[in-house]
Ligand binder design. Structure first.
Ligand code: ZN
Ligand code: ZN
Length: 485
């Protein structure tokens, strides 16, 4: 891809400016200022780009199935699994977005009054912090504001009420919410339009008949907050993991490889590596709807804080009477998640370590056949055998006759399905999963220890052990487990 010309940057900056001025109707920095900021931030990317060797054939191969990549951005080819090259994007654009947002915020923090020694936001933040510290209620906060205001010069910008004070620091929502059609899964617009070929297009819809789809927007507010809150852990834990938790997922081969790649490419950037997770649970008792959640946790945060609810990233939520398809649920997330963020002057590179889910969700996300089908295994190409007696598919142990498929194998199968050489699936593969943009299938698709081991096999073992173990010992074991919660 060509380098950005100054002209392109200006055009883009101009587009941004238009966006901000219409959406926020706030004063914005001039185009020249933004251009400077942009050039300064992307300088390291430019030098990286100089070292890039582009393999044109690969590049075009990857584009056949997906034309949505923005060719204006830096494209990068990495070796994965030693066998195939994947294409992923370094969205400089988002780095730029964040820098611009911070820039706008700073610009907006004006003087409290003409010639004041403090700025508007800074001073209000101090008042709010003080109020929280001494636990002032709304009534007393209003009194305090009035008292401070009475001593300030006329024309000062001090707010008059606690409610207004809080509203200064209230965050914008960081999610996109859309309604989708249950028939075609397309977004329903304000005119009740979903898709021209859909039978439900512009028909009356009941609440039970629409999909509520919430997905994280590109502001990355949630992610930035989590990183900021855990900054010291994130910077230090990867260095100490060998001593503290030698069996943690951070000591695995995939993470090591990613860390080395990052260190040799940008030595001033720290990794933020995500574990993606999908679960389909009835979160609330909906009458007709089921909820699918796409969440992520950051491996650079040590356990048990890693899975703490405040450190879990919600990426997408699908609440509907119908199952999502992999693209509607994951495409947006997979297109935008890999990026570089600058938080408190520190550069973080966001990457994905693995994906885990229970078997139905795993089949859905990887676009593979279900666990009771004939080529259900992602790790090998063994064809299952129908067991008439049990009425399920079995996989007898035959070590010699199986092959271990690579991502190249999955790509070829998906292409064959796409070209309709096969009706539904080819060797278990049903299509190109959106996950292939961010990770390697099958190496980075993890076995889910929760469902396979703890919920499945462990409960069977426990039911057997209960009959063999003395009652008192059994109860004390029970107590021990309860205490761990
Ligand atoms: Zn529709
Ligand atoms: Zn297998």
């Amino acid at each position: 891809p060509a380098r950005h010309t100054v002209k392109q940057r200006r055009w883009r900056a101009h587009q941004k400016q238009k966006l901000y001025s219409t959406q926020l109707s706030l004063p914005v920095p001039t185009v020249e200022q933004i251009v400077e900021q942009d050039l300064c931030l992307s300088s390291s990317d430019e030098s990286f780009q100089d070292n890039l060797i582009i393999d044109d054939d690969e590049f075009e191969d990857n584009l056949i199935y997906d034309n949505n990549y923005d060719l204006d951005l830096n494209a990068d080819l990495i070796e994965s699994n030693g066998s195939i090259k994947h294409l992923f994007i370094m969205p400089e654009e988002y780095l730029f977005d964040f820098a611009l947002k911070r820039f706008v915020e700073q610009e907006l923090d004006e003087s409290l009054y003409d010639g004041a020694p403090v700025t508007f936001k800074f001073y209000h933040k101090k008042i709010l912090e003080f109020g929280n510290l001494v636990k002032l209620n709304d009534f007393n906060m209003n009194k305090l504001l009035k008292l401070i205001g009475s001593a300030l010069p006329i024309g000062n910008k001090l707010v008059k009420s606690y409610r207004k004070l809080v509203s200064i620091f209230q965050e914008q929502p960081s999610f996109n919410e859309v309604l989708r059609c249950t028939k075609c899964l397309e977004i329903i617009n304000n005119n009740n339009y979903c898709s021209i070929i859909c039978e439900r297009n512009q028909c009356q819809r009941r609440v039970a008949d629409v999909i509520e789809h919430v997905s994280v927007d590109r502001s990355n507010r949630q992610l930035i907050e989590i990183i900021r809150r855990n900054k010291h852990l994130i910077l230090n834990y990867p260095q100490l993991v060998d001593k503290l938790l030698p069996c943690d997922v951070l000591t695995g081969l995939v993470y090591e490889k990613k860390k080395k790649y990052l260190q040799t490419t940008f030595n001033d950037t720290f990794p933020i590596t995500l574990m993606l997770h999908i679960d389909s649970t009835p979160v609330v008792h909906w009458i007709k709807k089921h909820t699918w959640l796409v969440t992520a946790s950051i491996v650079e945060i040590p356990p048990p804080l890693r899975e703490n609810q405040f450190n879990l990233l919600l990426l997408s939520l699908w609440n509907a009477p119908v199952k999502p398809d992999a693209d509607s649920l994951l495409k947006e997330v997979c297109d935008t998640i890999k990026q570089t963020l600058i938080i408190d002057e520190i550069k973080f590179s966001i990457d994905v370590l693995l994906f885990k889910a229970d078997l139905p969700a795993r089949a859905l996300a990887t676009k593979h056949v279900h666990h009771n089908a004939y080529y259900a295994c992602l790790e090998c190409d063994q064809e299952g055998m129908w067991c008439e007696e049990g009425r399920f598919v079995t996989y007898p142990y035959i070590q010699s006759s199986i092959n271990l498929p690579t991502s190249a194998h999955f790509d070829i199968c998906a292409k064959l399905v796409h070209q309709q050489f096969s009706d539904d699936n080819y060797l278990g593969v049903k299509g190109i999963s959106p996950l292939t943009k961010i990770l390697d299938i099958p190496t980075q698709i993890d076995l889910d220890v929760m469902h396979l081991c703890f919920i499945g096999h462990c409960s069977l073992l426990l039911s057997k052990w209960e009959k063999m173990i003395v009652k008192e010992t059994w109860y004390s074991g029970n107590e021990f487990l309860n205490r761990m919660k």
